[in-house]
Design a protein around this ligand. Structure first.
Ligand code: FDA
Length: 583
């Protein structure tokens, strides 16, 4: 049929989930088409905090430098302020995203990449450009209408919104990355837990140069406690930096049970002036929108040849900055599996591990983000303002934290304790890097997962236990400094061993030939492929020197062997074949 367009994978949506899926598939040489409803990418800044796991993925794709060039750097994003207005008094600060000196080591030790802040309006064009340059056919102004799947593929009806004409795209697989109100997810009837629209929020974007008020305490987030700031919204009033220090976004809540507020430019300017605390501030309102807070995740992410990724399967407020990050990480998990099945390297059952591995993450981050919003309640309670009935009363209650009385002392202590809890929103390193998979694409080694020594939400603990993310260490030689992640590129499996484990190299070559799957081998040791420059890898590898760690394309440990067995080829073959569901 000449009116049908053919491809291997059709991606619906060019947000973080869709554009990254397109990039990953093109990087792997898989023909793909990405359609998106509008004429261009996101038109509001939306997600911004980009965590280390995502930056590592960008490093893997060779686009980390492009992202950093458009981002506000790590050093400028962390002095999170809690205040009565930006020009007004501070309640306190919390150094965020690992910028506290006591936490910075954790972040530096864990990853070759530091986090940064890049609004979606800047990130999406980078992802779309790199995907398209590498092979994606990108179709703007093209809307997904419906699909029908059969044992060989999926026929998708789409609408060209410029011409008003409909046509069919025939693909082997369909990825619905069409956001929180996903039509693809609805059409395949994905099951969800939780609810949408549990609280109301409004976004106000504006331009105002307030460098003098914030430049000395550089941050992305300035939280404002004022009358109404605990109604709806995301825990408190938020003034969020988009570009330092003249472009901003305010998130302000409203009662979702009331009529949605009419946000005129005048009303928006008033909210801006209240939160900044400068009554005659010159401000240009550039946009307003209303949105509902959600607490909902899918428990299955696939139906046959159709998959959903991103907000389509996890819907939650921006707290913890997990939305875009998790969306990109979903696609990173899915794309190599689709590529492996398409090239015949893996059995179809590998695709079911996408749900097994990512649905628990969806649940975890939806729960975490909503809990973080609610935990602002403890700060309101500590200040005693949760029940304040007027602005005057609220002001007096906040002032009373200065009292030279026993009550004043108790209040100061309660504030400190409530601020401490906010680490679970702003320094949740374990949530960001500690994702651990359990599926048929992970082969256990008979050991149990180490019990965390510290709080697993706040602290990431490096481990090569199968299922976890490959630990980072710097390796190299006199001319190169590489991360262990750099040794294991996305297009292959990688086996990492030590000097006395060189027989694994032969085993990897043989297994590659037998399975038709690239299993690269890297020996870390003096005079070998790379050296353990700082002797860190020896402490992290979790196996003896002649043992081996099998790294999947997505940098999760698929299997490991504590030592060199009599038949390394047999052991490795068994592991790779099992991961790829080849039996
Ligand atoms: P996303 O919603 O980004 O993309 C969906 C894509 O699908 C779009 O390209 C759209 O055009 C396309 N599409 C939808 N239906 C289609 C159809 N029928 N046919 C074709 N294409 C279709 N997060 C955060 O961390 N901090 C924040 O401050 C904010 N703020 C924020 C504000 C607003 C207004 C929104 C809507 C969202 C946020 N978020 C946020 C959430 C964050 O933006 C979100 O987690 C990610 O964008 C999710 O990425 P996805 O790619 O999954 O969906």
């Amino acid at each position: 049929d000449s009116s049908v367009v053919y491809t291997d994978v059709l991606i619906v949506g060019s947000g973080p989930a869709g554009s990254s899926a397109a990039l990953f598939l093109s990087e792997l040489g898989v023909p793909n088409i990405m359609i998106t409803k509008y004429r261009w990418t996101a038109n509001t800044p939306r997600a911004h905090i980009t965590n280390q796991r995502t930056m590592e993925i960008f490093r893997d794709m060779g686009i980390e430098e492009q992202v950093l060039a458009d981002a506000t750097p790590h050093a400028m994003i962390g002095d999170t302020v809690f205040c009565t207005s930006i020009a007004g008094e501070e309640i306190g600060r919390i150094l965020s995203w690992g910028t506290h000196p006591a936490r910075h080591a954790d972040y530096e030790l864990a990853s070759p990449s530091l986090n940064c802040d890049i609004p979606q309006t800047y990130l999406e064009p980078i992802l779309v450009k790199n995907a398209t340059v590498r092979g994606t056919q990108t179709q703007f102004s093209t809307e997904y209408l419906s699909h029908r799947q059969d044992p060989e593929g999926v026929s998708v009806r789409v609408l060209n919104r410029l011409t008003g004409t409909e046509y069919t795209i025939r693909a082997k697989y369909l990825i619905g990355a069409d956001g929180a109100r996903s039509k693809v997810a609805a059409d395949i009837g994905l099951p969800y837990e939780g609810q949408m629209d549990i609280a109301g929020s409004m976004n106000i974007t504006f331009k105002a140069d307030i460098a003098a008020l914030v430049g000395h305490r550089p941050s992305v987030l300035y939280w404002v406690l004022q009358p109404g700031s605990n109604i709806g919204g995301i825990g408190a009033g938020l003034v969020r930096m988009v570009r330092p220090w003249n472009e901003w976004l305010i998130v302000w809540g409203f009662d979702i049970n009331d009529e949605p507020p009419a946000v005129t430019d005048e009303a928006a300017a008033q909210i801006v002036r209240n939160l900044i605390g400068v009554p005659d501030l010159e401000v240009e309102i550039t946009g307003t929108s209303l949105w509902g807070n959600n607490e909902q995740y899918a428990t299955r992410l696939q139906s046959g040849r159709v998959f959903c990724a991103g907000d389509a399967v996890h819907k939650h407020p921006p707290s913890n900055g997990l939305g875009s990050n998790t969306s990109i990480q979903d696609s990173y998990n899915l794309a190599w599996k689709i590529a492996a099945v398409l090239t015949g390297q893996a059995g179809e059952a590998l695709l079911e591990t996408y749900t097994a591995e990512r649905a628990p993450v969806a649940k975890q981050i939806v729960t975490r983000a909503n809990q973080s919003g609610r935990e602002f309640g403890q700060l309101f309670a500590a200040l005693g303002i949760d029940k304040a009935e007027s602005a005057e009363q609220m002001h007096a209650l906040i002032e009373s934290r200065k009292d030279t009385t026993a009550e004043g002392a108790a209040k100061r202590q309660a504030i400190q304790a409530a601020m401490e809890i906010k680490n679970y929103e702003f320094n949740a390193h374990g949530v960001e890097l500690g994702q651990h998979y359990n599926s048929s694409a992970i082969v256990g080694d008979g050991t149990t997962r180490p019990v965390p020594a510290r709080d697993p939400e706040l602290y990431y603990e490096a481990s090569t236990h199968p299922g976890g993310r490959l630990p980072h260490a710097w390796v190299g030689d006199s001319s190169r400094k590489l991360s262990t992640h750099d040794l294991a590129p996305y297009g292959q499996f990688t086996l990492i061993t030590g000097t006395t484990g060189q027989d694994w190299t032969t085993a990897a070559h043989k297994v590659s030939d037998r399975l038709g799957v690239t299993v690269g081998a890297v020996v870390i040791g003096p005079g070998q492929d790379v050296t353990d420059l700082y002797f860190d890898w020896a402490k992290l590898r979790g196996v003896t020197e002649d043992g081996a760690i099998l790294v999947r394309p997505d940098k999760h440990v698929g299997w490991r062997a504590d030592r060199l067995p009599a038949d390394p080829e047999g052991a490795l073959y068994q592991a790779v074949a099992t991961i790829l569901n080849r039996e």
